[in-house]
Design a protein around this ligand. Structure first.
Ligand code: ADP
Ligand code: ASP
Ligand code: MG
Length: 407
């Protein structure tokens, strides 16, 4: 007997037939003698719809009320799945985040889980009941509903698995595992049987939305065995996210991720003197705007230089306004903004011990005449910023260049 957390994403519970299908999958694990807890997302498209409702009423909406609205999608699916399970003779009960409770901080819209009280849950599970838990939501210090950021049900599932000390956390989705790159864009993408926590963490934070970044962070910290697998082909083996020493055949590059959520700002002729970067990024930090890639050149006359950096697309307008408002004190000549960019990243733990990974990337892009605007690297990844129109071309070229194409 094992204790398993099964998480089902939006497409997996997208309509009534699919919810019935999920109930069958849960029943199968229960019949095999396992102790099961289920975490579900909202039906596909629901959260987008709810977010849009908030925007239509108030573009700069109150985050507490936004959470009150967007958390409702999951409440529908827990009730429906509990009903579907009961119809199959499975003892099941739905749980909203606040009923457990799943306690979070007060960062509405992107809250972090602080604590999960499992007493009641373990009691019911020991009696043979299957809890069906709403993903994406918790309760904040002021007793108001919070949400965990888009894709947050993955994090709910991993947090539940850690708190329940589950043997396995199965993330059921609409692909049958983690691929070398997004299989919807590169048809030759290959499924990985295993991937390290570190590589998955980089891939997720660099744009692969198959798992929310925080869910991987949490799995890594609490050593949760995490598996990505398909709801629609449940007998196909998925991808296990695990420690490096569990992987025998290590690849130099395990994946290529992309993020369209980037925008580039260039400040032309910024004074080249100590303290300038601090004075430019200070107001952005104060405005809660994250800066990602940064390049600054040495100036040829020692007086002025150009400074380029990227921010999230959604923050572009605010960033530009903050900078323009401080133009005089910051002392730049002009500002250029461009949201027609994409960040492409190659990821692999093998990079630690092998040279030439970046060069392969630069050459492959050069061969397709794709201009690189910004480059950044870390121990296990190389990222470049290019024009968004070349996303697909670049992904496919790089996938081939690193020998990742499926046979
Ligand atoms: P769910 O609703 O089940 O949470 P998501 O849409 O959040 O599903 O995540 C699954 C999607 O992630 C896939 O449909 C796929 O298009 C996308 N994806 C992006 N990169 C990858 C990758 N490297 N491997 C697998 N899927 C990926
Ligand atoms: N329903 C939420 C979203 O669409 C959470 C999730 O699906 O993981 O972002
Ligand atoms: Mg998701």
């Amino acid at each position: 007997m094992a204790r398993i957390v099964m998480k089902f994403g939006g497409t997996s519970v997208g309509d009534i037939e699919r919810i019935k299908n999920v109930a069958q999958l849960v029943k199968k694990e229960v019949d095999a003698g396992n102790e099961v807890a289920v975490v579900v997302s909202a039906m596909s498209g629901e959260t987008n719809k709810l977010v849009d409702y908030c925007r239509q009423i108030a573009p700069m909406h109150d985050a507490r009320e936004y959470d009150a609205v967007v958390a409702t999608g999951e409440q529908v699916t827990i009730g429906l799945l509990a009903l579907a399970l009961q119809e199959l003779g499975v003892n099941a009960r739905s749980w909203c985040g606040w009923q457990i409770p799943i306690r979070t901080d007060d960062a509405h819209g992107k809250a972090r889980i602080l604590d999960i009280d499992t007493t009641l849950m373990l009691e019911r599970m020991a009696q043979g009941q299957v809890p069906v838990i709403a993903g994406f939501q918790g309760i904040g210090p002021d007793n108001r509903i919070t949400t965990l950021g888009r894709g947050g049900s993955d994090t709910s599932a991993v947090a539940m698995a850690a708190a329940l000390k589950a043997d396995l956390c199965d993330i059921y989705t609409d692909v049958d595992g983690v691929y070398t790159t997004d299989p919807r864009i590169v048809p030759k993408a290959r499924k990985l049987h295993k991937i390290t926590y570190e590589e998955m963490l980089e891939s997720a934070s660099l744009g692969a939305k198959v798992l929310q970044t925080r869910s991987v962070e949490m799995a890594m910290k609490h050593r949760v065995r995490l598996q990505v697998r398909s709801t629609f082909a449940p007998d196909t083996p998925g991808t296990l996210v695990c420690d490096e020493d569990e992987i025998v055949e290590k690849e130099l590059v395990s994946g290529i991720a992309y993020s369209r959520d980037e925008a580039k700002i260039t400040l032309v002729k910024v004074a080249d003197r100590p303290g300038v970067a601090a004075s430019i990024f200070g107001p952005l930090t104060a405005g809660n705007i994250n800066v990602d890639m940064i390049v600054q050149n040495v100036s040829d006359d020692g007086k002025a230089t150009d400074l380029t950096f990227t921010v999230a697309k959604g923050d572009l307008q605010r960033a530009v306004k903050l900078l323009e408002d401080n133009k005089e004190s910051l002392g730049f000549q002009s500002l250029m903004a461009d949201s027609n960019v994409v960040k492409i990243s190659v990821i692999g733990v093998g990079m630690r011990s092998h040279a030439g990974v970046a060069q392969t990337m630069f050459q492959a892009l050069a061969d397709k005449s794709i201009n690189i605007q910004v480059i950044s690297t870390s121990e296990i990844k190389v990222s470049v910023l290019i024009a968004e129109d070349y996303t697909e071309l670049a992904l496919r070229a790089l996938h081939t260049a690193y020998g990742l194409d499926a046979a």
